[in-house]
Write a protein that binds this ligand. Structure first.
Ligand code: AMP
Ligand code: ZN
Length: 428
């Protein structure tokens, strides 16, 4: 099948680039999954909506996509820079459960929220705790190649051996070496070095432990994504995604480990979602109060309104959260649903056949595709959807056809929008 040309913004080059996968017609994509120690907030879900829109766009464009996502169920410490306790352990103490029970519960919650947002399950979902052998093998390769050292009972990655460390985030290494970015762990030779494996660590209470050549312990957080991406997708990935907060530490360290272990480029296109923000602050799980999808549904708002809301701005920009903005998206969704319902009635009444696309419908389809292929410009693609709804030259059947087509990517559930409207109170 012929694939369409897509332009994507690559964080590595800071440029819009024509997307060319390593193997013609195929895309191998890895997305950092949730750390399952708490409810996902709607900021997290914004990133997963973006990734779902990306994968749907690639498939719509004719690519065979293999989408891998990890579940972080061990090793992510309270600070991204190897400080504090394992987040799983903190949650286990908070809730009086063990770390595995915590992981199990919040993994289910995550997929429940994802399903409510019509986010398709990745082809491969892999848990960190089930890939510790691959992580140990990766550390051994780094040791053999001289990029890892033991200190204070832990194994660290030696950043000083990498002239291009920090290329993704364009880090100013001199400034960071002075300790500006992170608190200094006394065992590190260099403040930018990061833990690959903890053994006799400062967190004696760690529950999840494995045997390793360096003693009983557990992996550093960054290691899991390098190991699992390599296991399922090979040495070089076409696309790697995550939220913008991962650029400076997590993805920077993934690149360092993967490229030094394999000697090959790790990722061809890095894509990052901007933050969902509340006023000036990013929404964060660690900051106490945060909004989850449950708060949205409790107010009687269709969760797909949040999906629609995410499409109203560029995925790369910050998106400002407000209940008013969400209500606006909910109203739009209601209006679209009732229009579609009416077209279904009209198309049935006039017994309109599903004919091939007319010239006008073809123009709208092309306009829609141009927008989604242009670095996922969903705000403009939605404008094409609204134009379609208002176009007086199109028959109801044609509008339905176009809406179904767009919805392969929008994922708003158009097929389920029927003539009977549940939202209308009986009294009306
Ligand atoms: P975590 O579960 O904390 O590992 O985060 C899961 C995903 O959500 C990662 O890709 C993060 O980069 C992303 N993320 C975290 N906070 C936000 C936010 N406020 N807005 C958008 N994405 C976020
Ligand atoms: Zn990751």
């Amino acid at each position: 099948m012929k694939t369409a040309q897509i332009t994507l913004y690559n964080t590595l080059t800071r440029r819009l680039e024509a997307f060319v996968p390593l193997v013609d017609g195929e895309v191998r994509i890895y997305c950092c999954g949730p750390t399952v120690y708490n409810y996902p907030h709607i900021g997290n879900m914004r990133t997963y909506v973006f990734e779902d829109l990306l994968v749907r766009t690639l498939r719509y464009a004719g690519y065979k996509v293999t989408h891998v996502m990890n579940i972080t169920d061990v090793g992510h410490l309270v600070s991204d820079a190897d400080e504090g306790e394992d987040k799983m352990l903190v949650a286990a103490r908070r809730e009086g459960k063990n770390s595995y029970e915590i992981a199990d519960f919040y993994t289910k919650v995550f997929f429940d929220h994802a399903t409510k947002l019509n986010i398709r399950r990745p082809d491969i979902v892999c848990k960190a705790t089930e890939h510790v052998a691959q992580m140990i093998a990766l550390v051994q390769r780094l040791e053999e190649r001289g990029y890892a050292y033991a200190s204070g009972g832990n194994i660290y990655f030696d950043v000083s051996k990498l002239p291009d460390y920090g290329k993704l985030a364009r880090l100013d290494l001199d400034q960071l070496r002075a300790g500006a970015r992170i608190e200094v762990d006394e065992h590190k030779r260099n403040p930018l070095d990061f833990a690959l494996w903890f053994t006799k660590s400062k967190f004696e209470a760690q529950e999840m432990k494995w045997h390793s050549p360096w003693g009983e312990g557990y992996p550093g957080w960054h290691l899991e994504c390098s190991a699992m991406a390599q296991t399922y997708l090979g040495d070089t990935l076409d696309i790697h995604c995550g939220g913008i907060d991962h650029v400076a530490v997590h993805h920077t360290n993934e690149i360092a480990q993967s490229e030094r272990a394999t000697g090959r480029p790790f990722v061809r296109y890095w894509l990052h979602a901007g933050f969902l923000v509340l006023g000036k602050d990013k929404m964060a799980k660690s900051s106490g109060e945060f909004l989850t999808l449950d708060r949205v549904t409790e107010r009687g708002i269709d969760p797909l309104s949040f999906r629609l809301f995410c499409m109203t701005g560029s995925y790369r920009n910050e998106l400002s959260w407000s209940w008013e903005a969400l209500e606006g998206a909910a109203n739009t969704l209601r209006r679209l649903k009732s229009q579609v319902a009416q077209w279904r009635l009209d198309a049935t009444n006039t017994n309109h056949p599903c004919t091939p696309l007319s010239l006008r419908a073809g123009e709208l389809k092309s306009a829609f595709e141009d927008e989604i292929y242009n670095d996922l410009n969903f705000a403009n693609a939605l404008a094409v959807l609204h134009q379609t709804a208002q176009d007086t030259a199109l028959s109801p059947a044609e509008k339905l056809n176009l809406f179904s087509l767009y919805d392969e990517v929008f994922g708003l559930g158009v097929e389920s929008w029927q003539a009977v409207q549940e939202d209308i109170p009986e009294t009306i």
